[in-house]
Design a protein around this ligand. Structure first.
Ligand SMILES: NC(=O)c1ccc[n+]([C@@H]2O[C@H](COP(=O)([O-])OP(=O)(O)OC[C@H]3O[C@@H](n4cnc5c(N)ncnc54)[C@H](O)[C@@H]3O)[C@@H](O)[C@H]2O)c1
Length: 270
């Protein structure tokens, strides 16, 4: 069901790799709610070609940008404004990559050069995106920016590795830039802390099957799906949440505030 919550709004969605991607699910929901979109991903991801299916479904152009490259980001925002014929109302940052995880290094033996790249792609890229928009004055008054994060920023999940530090930095950039952009143009900047979800990035976490089953048992409402995360992002892009900013918003079926659940107790007593 759609409510036209984003009628007339224009947004950039970063990070739709394939149909499991949270960004993909969100693009479909934003389109159904009446938004006009531009899709972006790293040039290497675009070569897969999957995103063209989404582009067709949501009638959006695809503009490549490596989020660690300021020239790419400038070009993306300039071309998006040209396409929309004006400013941008919302941005989804749905981007994460850990070089050390990908190369099988544990947290205690990370390679620092790879670590720098991980932090740049997964966290400072939000600063780069906001900075580019700021310099070009690309965001409309009251625009909304959402980045996706995970609770490993607050609590230790050993196999989440260096991404825990990346998410902590991402959430800090959200607060800091959220302050400045709020003062300047009432722009909202928030993170959504999502349940484990079966996507390419998610499945890259060691022991993911155990991880996702545990989270399901530890959440009174169960794990939130990618589609449900997309619904939540729509509300944050809409005018119904105009006073929410600089927050880390848990979207996890209650996992973050559960000490233990009956399901976990039953499992331990077996
Ligand atoms: N899947 C989960 O369990 C889960 C849980 C909480 C938060 N998240 C977060 O959700 C976000 C989206 O991940 P997903 O699970 O949909 O997986 P995904 O693999 O579908 O998406 C990750 C995206 O990041 C993009 N990316 C990587 N490097 C890039 C670069 N240099 N420039 C531009 N884009 C780049 C990839 O191309 C890909 O589209 C990530 O921030 C992830 O950490 C995921």
């Amino acid at each position: 069901m759609s409510y036209n919550l984003l009628k007339g709004k224009k947004g950039i969605i970063f990070g739709a790799l394939d149909e499991k991607s949270i960004a993909w699910r969100t693009a479909l929901k934003c389109h159904a709610e009446g938004a006009q979109l531009v899709l972006s991903n790293a040039p290497v991801a675009l070569r897969m070609g999957e995103i063209n299916k989404l582009a067709e479904a949501v009638q959006a152009p695809v503009i490549g940008a490596d989020v660690t490259n300021m020239d790419d980001l400038k070009k993306l925002f300039e071309e998006s404004m040209k396409h929309f014929g004006g400013g941008i109302d919302f941005v989804l940052h749905s981007i994460g990559m850990s070089l050390n995880m990908r190369k099988g290094k544990s947290y205690t033996e990370i390679d620092y050069e790879w670590n720098k790249k991980t932090l740049d792609i997964s966290a400072m890229s939000l600063h780069r995106v906001l900075r580019t928009a700021w310099d070009l004055d690309a965001l409309n008054e009251g625009a909304s920016v959402v980045a996706l994060t995970y609770i490993a920023a607050q609590r230790v999940f050993p196999d989440y590795n260096e991404m825990a530090d990346a998410k902590a930095l991402l959430e800090s950039v959200t607060r800091s830039f959220g302050y400045y952009y709020g003062m300047k143009k009432k722009v909202r900047v928030n993170t959504v802390s999502q349940s484990p979800t079966r996507t390419t990035a998610g499945s890259g976490v060691k022991g993911f099957d155990g991880f996702i089953t545990y989270a399901e048992k530890m959440s009174p409402l169960g794990n939130a799906t990618g589609d449900q995360c997309a619904d939540y992002c729509v509300t944050l892009f809409s005018d119904l949440t105009r006073m929410v900013t600089m927050q880390n918003l848990f979207h996890d079926g209650g996992f973050s505030f559960s000490g233990v659940t009956q399901g976990v107790i039953d499992q331990m007593e077996k």
